[in-house]
Design a protein around this ligand. Sequence first.
Ligand code: SAH
Length: 340
Amino acid sequence: MSNIYGYPLEELEQYFLEHDSKKFHALQVFDWLYIKRVKSFSEMSNIKKEMLENLENDFTMEPLKIVDVQEDVDVSKYLFELYDGEHIEAVLMRHDYGTSICVSSQVGCNMGCKFCESGRRKKVRNLETYEMVLQILMIEELIETRISHVVVMGIGEPFDNYDNLIRFFQIINHPKGLAIGARHITVSTCGIVPKILEFSNFPLQINLAVSLHAPNNEIRDQIMPINHAYKIEEVIDALKVYLSKTNRRLTFEYILLKDINDSEECALELAHLVKDLNCYINLIPYNETNNIDFKRTNTIQIMRFYDILKKNDINVTIRREFGGKISAACGQLRSKKEEL
Ligand code: SAH
């Protein structure tokens, strides 16, 4: 049976039309689910009894299970159990401007980035749309606060689950859905070129972040296997299409890994690579994991890297670090739980 939280408004409208009913009921259902937050179909009092029976027969409202919560000062991490016993995680961060949540898009990940915990387990399956929506909905209910910003940067490669991702955006962005503004939503990809091109035609103004992590193919090949499929130049070309079609600014994420991609030459090469793009670079201090091959660049070297980019007129920020204590870096909580 399908979970109702995975249906964008248009698909629910279609459902009602197919059942010889009126499509405005779809909006009423959205209102019950996302504004009033009822827990059963029987509470949807403005929908006729026969239609409610149809809904009950065709859909479930089954939530996910939250099986672990870890708290740090400005960050909480939630471990969810899915219907098939798999686990995913979401991280909540409290900022001065609001509350953001980092959601997962797959169980496991096939991208195999060498420094990332999530990739230690191969992709088991894509998350269903409802499993992404419910990460937000359930945490909002638990903390009794509205979440203002969403980043799809948890476990998985969102562009490897493109169709469900798009439906997720449609639901959470809809004014009668979770009503999270498109400009408050960010999706991060390791650089799947055909999907970047497809995304450049998507009408909602959702932010795009690209995990670059290297200024050239030689280094990127070593740390990100996806670079064998799509070279840096191809990614940049796709991003030029994205920028010209959307007129937006994009973010590059760049994890600083000691002695791998953090030299001054790397900074110069990076500045050169992105100088003609409307973008900014988010430098990410590496969150050390059990993986002994990668160490964190020290703060002085991070600042040096930052300064070089600045001097070359690149918009650059250093990511604030959250959750060192509670192993909030990608995939760490889940991999602990499963003792990989
Ligand atoms: N697959 C997508 C989204 C998930 S990863 C992507 O690659 O963009 C989200 C971000 O966290 C990526 O930039 C990823 O490279 C980064 N990341 C992974 N492990 C990290 C770690 N240990 N410390 C800091 N950032 C990490």
